[in-house]
Design a protein around this ligand. Sequence first.
Ligand code: DAK
Length: 263
Amino acid sequence: MEFVLYEVKDYVGIITINRPKALNALNSQVLEELDQVLDSVDSSTVRCLILTGAGEKSFVAGADIGEMSNLTKAEGEAFGKKGNDVFRKLETLSVPVIAAINGFALGGGCEISMSCDIRICSDNAVFGQPEVGLGITPGFGGTQRLARTVGVGMAKQMIYTGRNIKAEEALRIGLVNAVYPQEELMAAAQKLAAVIAQNAPIAVRNCKKAINEGLQVDMDQAVVIEEKLFGDCFETEDQKAGMGNFLEKDKEKKLKVVPFKNC
Ligand code: DAK
């Protein structure tokens, strides 16, 4: 692949959008390659993913403005659908995804980060939805996911003004969970991913599904979704070993990592 790198180590997959000359802007080829990489993620060997951008300046500086500039209405809609389909695939992937945001996360860059489960960023990160300045609306889910992530009032302010915000403000409004010096970002993402990867994979995957699906429905339906996914964990080796270790009251065993079978 030309623009998307993928490597797996110790149950953690790292996807890198690798188009640094254009600040990792998303053109059709990047979206297609990303789609293929997501299809190739094997949840029996990958328990957590990290998504980042190549270089130290930009995570993703948005959809490719050059490619979009001459689109017709129909082509614009098709481009929006292509991005939305990939972003939705990312959002609904069975394993958790951490966005390690290493610089600009503008437009489609901010939007792709919001399709991930957890966002952490470097101290030089810049977030924004500048689309109204380009004469368009956010087209890769920004109007929907930003409002759900930081609240309606803050999302509307960011989108209507097109104003960019820095890392510390992103932290303050809950767009990211933590800010790190640039050189420490990937290590922090890997440490976080390793903690997630050490937990029972079926349970982690079911938690993701319960949270994502539960948020789409009312509470009565949401608790039914949780009940089903909770029940689904029983009779797995992870559940037996996890609870067995606790009940044996053996400190060594209690601390022992659950064996991760039935992935
Ligand atoms: N697209 C294409 N190329 C980009 C780019 C982008 N979004 N961002 C940067 N580049 C390219 C620049 O053109 C430049 O290329 P060369 O001239 O060297 O060939 C190279 O990356 C370096 O950029 P700069 O020279 O501009 O670097 P600076 O440090 O001076 O500035 C910047 C960095 C991030 C502030 C600046 O590049 C910038 O403002 N970039 C654009 C940011 C932006 O507006 N992003 C939002 C894009 S709009 C939809 C689907 C999707 C979307 C909307 C609708 N539908 C179809 C429904 C999504 C829209 C967006 O994401």
